[in-house]
Ligand binder design. Sequence first.
Ligand code: IMP
Ligand code: MG
Length: 196
Amino acid sequence: MAKRAKSAKVSQRKINRGESLRILISRARLQKRVKEIAREIRKDFPDEPLHLVGVLKGAVFFLTDLGKQIPGEVSFDFIAVSSYGASTHTSGQVRLTRDLDSSIEGKTVIIVEDILDTGMTLQYLLRVFEQRKPKRIRIAVLLDKPERRIASVHADYVGFTIPNEFVVGYGLDYAERYRNMPDVGVLSLGPSAKSS
Ligand code: IMP
Ligand code: MG
């Protein structure tokens, strides 16, 4: 079952450009939950080679941590789509910007994504992947923001359910920044960004 992100321990950290950050999910909780998801996945498919497909770039840390925790045969591939650009709002347009290296035909594919927000990205990827005749497709997302959902997409593995706030860290970015933060935090934009 997906964990609900607690925001009890509020540590406000001032960062540059008038933006501020409040830690929502600590690195320790991320690691613990990723380990649990890895166990769940292997339990569901005890004897099968698993093909993890990471959605670049946000899912990179999630995929590498997850992959290390799944025993047995695991292969990786990556795909990239454009979604947000430099904004915190989706354009609703999804475009493939980098395709997979290898065929997924006959494989048990786990799409690994950083966050399920409107669902437009995963709905698009499911449509693309289903045409390629995999054995089966499952979806693993680190974060789920159910309040924002437009497309009805079901994630099979969810790390944390979070409120409708813009988060960064552990791969998630704002205009390509903050991906390298080891924790997940809520980003508040400064007054200059809000008025533009
Ligand atoms: P969706 O297509 O709206 O579900 O959005 C999925 C993509 O939007 C994710 O892969 C993220 O790159 C981006 N995204 C959605 N919400 C956030 C957020 O709170 N912080 C950073 N990126 C986000
Ligand atoms: Mg992004």
